[in-house]
Design a protein around this ligand. Structure first.
Ligand code: ATP
Ligand code: MG
Length: 360
């Protein structure tokens, strides 16, 4: 058969701090994966959009930045944020506009205890924490709506308005039910704070109830976000797929990552389910200024995110192989300090590349 090797164009945005370290590690692993697998290859387009360059140039993204991103099949993102720029400037300079402009209205955050890793809670078994958190990624508390009067004076007043739309809620609910339906336990937990927040959260409740009728084969329940943190910690095995708002799911997924061993492990996928725009893949952690430049960042969250990207691009087997290689390495005890190991980023990256040779 004639060689029909597919070339995937990937926009890479390493960003700040350890974002740059884990992005180059992930690219190394992805190149190795493609090389060994042989049926596809990656062409990376690098974008130097970072806080350091923002300070020099006054912008995070150029005017035609979105158009440049749209020419790619997917986006690989490291982390953005640095102490020299207020966090709300860096977030609104780069990551939030990308999510919004490219219709990435779902953020999928899986959690699992990888082979060989001992979770921090003594009673948590290796299969007790197999979750997918479906985060609403386009509206809610991060809508950016609001204002300030009287500056930051002694009588300053500020509003931070959450926006919930029927269209926005319905599409995230449907995605969550489809996710739950595709998993063995067919179980969905919907999280709100509808006892105290009586408008948007109540709309979440009612749209959820409507969409649930279309999925009689999915078992569901509802939780208030505060009680949810307790349930995740004390009864993790009772959960499977979880759907929550932009803010709630952001917080719950940090907790989920910590419960599974480290924030340095957890992946995320910012998806445009319509596939009209490229989706974006990034570890959930930030730029970690406290450990940046030392070469000790855990690259596992970056590798897992890369595996999710490979899966989204349609290469299931290659994605499974990458996950297997990652877990062979965690199981062999080649781990960074956050996982109580003594290996650095380079050693973990080299070990995963080496494992790829045996799993493929
Ligand atoms: P953001 O606002 O972007 O979510 P953050 O302020 O919540 O960022 P992180 O940058 O994620 O914070 O860092 C939180 C803590 O976790 C820091 O102590 C950091 O060193 C640690 N950490 C984050 N990512 C990793 C990683 N990949 N490997 C090891 N430690 C990490
Ligand atoms: Mg954070």
């Amino acid at each position: 058969i004639h060689d029909s090797k597919r070339v995937f164009k990937i926009a890479s945005i390493p960003g700040d701090g350890i974002g740059t370290e884990i992005t180059s590690a992930a690219i190394e692993v992805l190149q190795k994966l493609a090389f060994i697998e042989g049926k596809f290859s990656f062409e990376f387009n690098h974008f130097d959009w970072s806080s350091e360059n923002y300070v020099k140039r006054g912008w995070y993204m150029p005017e035609d930045g979105m158009d440049q991103l749209k020419k790619n099949d997917a986006i690989y993102f490291g982390a953005v944020g640095w102490p020299n720029v207020p966090d709300h400037i860096s977030l609104w300079g780069l990551i939030l506009p990308i999510r919004n402009s490219l219709n990435q209205y779902v953020n999928v955050r899986p959690t699992r205890i990888l082979r060989g890793i001992t979770p921090p809670l003594a009673k948590c078994g290796p299969k007790d924490l197999d979750w997918v958190i479906v985060r609403e990624n386009s509206e809610g508390e991060y809508a950016g709506h609001g204002g300030t009067t009287h500056g930051h004076s002694s009588h300053a007043v500020a509003t931070e308005v959450s926006i919930f739309t029927r269209v926005g809620i319905e599409r995230i609910m449907r995605f969550a039910f489809e996710t739950a339906k595709s998993r063995p336990r067919r179980k969905l937990t919907m999280v709100t704070k509808s006892n105290a927040q009586r408008h948007g959260m109540v709309l979440w409740d009612s749209v959820f109830a409507e969409v649930a009728k279309e999925y009689p084969d999915v078992q569901w329940d509802k939780m208030l976000v505060d009680a949810m943190t307790v349930r995740m910690t004390l009864q993790p095995q009772t959960l499977d797929t979880i759907v929550a708002t932009n803010l709630h799911a952001d917080i719950l997924s940090d907790l989920a990552a910590a419960l599974s061993g480290s924030i340095g492990i957890a992946p995320s996928s910012n998806l445009d389910p319509t596939r009209q725009n490229p989706s974006m893949f990034e570890p959930i952690h930030g730029s970690a200024p406290d450990i940046a430049g030392k070469g000790i960042a855990n690259p596992v969250g970056a590798f897992w995110s890369a595996a999710e990207m490979v899966r989204w691009l349609g290469m299931e087997e290659a994605a499974d192989a990458l996950m297997k290689a990652i877990e062979n390495v965690t199981e062999a005890g080649i781990r960074t300090k956050d996982l109580h190991g003594s290996s650095d980023t380079k050693a973990v990256t080299g070990a995963v590349c080496k494992e790829l040779e045996s799993v493929l």
